[in-house]
Design a protein around this ligand. Structure first.
Ligand code: PRP
Ligand code: GLN
Ligand code: MG
Length: 490
């Protein structure tokens, strides 16, 4: 059986798919602030590979360095770190959701406010930023970027409140959508999570210095102790004399994004008190309970399909083998130069381990299927390696809806599960059978009886279309606002 791409549309090996989000980091009161931030960002690199930046504070002097590219390419040498002295720092790794991947949108963003400097890092996406930005520009604001995150800076600058924390709260009260923010002022390190806690943020401690980071893996790399998660709707303010918390939105139940568990967070991170690795393995077990098919070998699609495949194998008793080898020197933004090279497609990243595959009935396990780009190529590759049957199992439900909260999913029409039935998808990817874990199944894997439809425990809009916030920018014609007037050439 071959991939049925011709039936539906031309196969596009460059099709964009689920992308990462962003990672944020901050530290206050440590002499190695910039080096710690560089290490923290390195641990968070999986959350965004387009750009990275660090802003430090040395007495009253802020210093900024921002680059397109990876953390290791720009922040791993002593020269860079020595250019960024100071006892406090914030940093960011970016995968753009609003605003093109150009230098002017690379974070931390910085503004000279009446009370002093203000640097800000944002993971997430504001769903009313374009609407607010249009109003701000009409009112005379000079926007230096096209990023949604800059709107917070503009609103802090315009706030009539006196104290910086009040101005910050005044600004985020006007924002809709998802955010984990880390900001640095002349005296304070500030963190905030949106009212539903859609995006993650944790507090750590390194010898008395508070650390804020997207994930616990960024604490582990610097030997910091995990203290707690920042709560949904919490604003946390760290100063040399202590830590204060504010809840400007009151207390509501949280609805963190379930995709952190499925794909985004690093498996060694603890999110919401759960090991991401354990949850993924449990999702694999649940998948086996729901849709097991006889085969000789369970093969994960590296990287993020591995823990689910281990769980599936444990539950089904079918042996787990590394039937696909991943090339670790291929970045996700690898640019293949010619059409001839392009057609080699996935082999740049994945290759079949023939010794394991030949003559076997193979069950492939991946965490998610977005446009089907990976699965089409992998199924064909496994058949070419001599598999007698190829079954595909997904440790998440079909992704039928776009994300507007910091994950760069393609537009809805390009999501395979939004266009096709299960049988059409099976034909498209060329597998002998195809199954996804159910929505209730992922909640079971998280320790619940199922999804609480009256008060869902997570935001799972990608599967259900149940968006937990207003989507103001979608209801207006924002096409013009999305188009940058300036192209940065270098
Ligand atoms: O259906 P598609 O559009 O191909 O997208 C789905 C694939 O994308 C992700 O992997 P990715 O290659 O981004 O990263 P990973 O190496 O961390 O698994 C995900 O784990 C799937 O394998
Ligand atoms: N993926 C993200 O979290 C992106 C943050 C922000 N919306 C940007 O585009 O820069
Ligand atoms: Mg993958």
């Amino acid at each position: 059986m071959t991939g049925g791409t011709d039936m539906f549309e031309p196969f596009d090996p460059y099709a964009d798919r689920l992308r990462e989000e962003c990672g944020v980091f901050g530290v206050l009161g440590h002499e190695d602030a910039s080096a710690l931030t560089a290490l923290g960002l390195h641990a968070l690199q999986h959350r965004g590979q387009e750009a990275a930046g660090i802003v430090t504070l040395d007495k009253d002097q802020f210093r900024a360095e921002r680059h397109l590219g990876l953390v290791g390419d720009h922040f791993s040498n002593a020269d860079t770190i020595s250019r960024l002295p100071g006892m406090a720092a914030v940093g960011h790794v970016r995968y753009s959701t609003t605003g093109e991947p150009a230098l002017r949108n690379v974070q931390p963003l910085f503004a000279e406010l009446s009370g002093g400097g203000f640097a800000i890092c944002h993971n997430g996406n504001f769903t009313n930023a374009l609407t607010l930005r249009k109003q701000l520009i009409e009112d005379g604001a000079i926007c230096q970027s096209t990023s949604d995150s800059e709107v917070v800076l503009q609103l802090v600058a315009r706030s009539r409140e006196k104290k910086i924390v009040d101005r910050f709260i005044d600004a985020i009260r006007q924002m809709e959508g998802a955010y984990a923010l880390v900001a640095l002022t002349n005296k304070k390190l500030i963190g905030a999570r949106d009212p539903l806690g859609i995006r993650p943020l944790v507090l750590g401690d390194l010898n008395g210095a508070p650390i804020l980071a997207s994930e616990t893996c960024a604490l582990d790399i610097i030997g910091a102790t995990f203290i707690r998660e920042i709560e949904n709707g919490e604003v946390i303010v760290c100063t040399p004399s202590g830590i204060e918390s504010f809840f400007p939105f009151g207390r509501k139940p949280a609805r963190p994004c379930i995709f952190e568990y499925i794909y985004f967070a690093r498996p060694d991170s603890i999110v919401g008190g759960r090991s991401v690795y354990d949850v993924r393995r449990e999702m694999g077990r649940q998948l086996a309970r729901e849709s097991h098919v006889d085969s000789d070998v369970i093969v994960p699609v590296p990287d993020s399909g591995v823990p689910a495949a281990i769980g599936y194998s444990q539950e089904s008793g079918v042996p787990f083998e590394l039937g696909i080898i991943r090339n670790h020197y291929v970045g996700r933004t690898f640019i293949e130069p010619t059409q001839q090279i392009r057609t080699l497609g996935v082999k740049l990243k994945h290759s079949a381990n023939k010794a394991i595959i030949q003559g076997k009935r193979v069950t492939l396990i991946d965490d998610s299927l977005v446009r089907g780009t990976t699965s089409v190529k992998i199924v064909q590759m496994i058949r070419d390696a001599g598999a007698t049957e190829v079954h595909f199992r997904l440790a998440s439900p079909p992704i039928r809806f776009s994300d507007y909260y910091g994950i760069d999913t393609p537009v809805r029409e390009k999501l395979l599960a939004a266009k096709y039935s299960l049988e059409e998808m099976r034909t498209y990817i060329g597998a002998d059978s195809l199954a996804f874990v159910s929505v209730d199944g992922i909640y079971k894997a998280m320790g619940y009886e199922g999804r609480d439809n009256a008060n869902p425990q997570f935001t799972d809009h990608c599967f259900t279309g149940d968006y937990p916030t207003p989507l103001t920018d979608l209801s207006e014609d924002q096409e013009l606002a999305r188009t940058p007037r300036l192209v940065e050439v270098r």
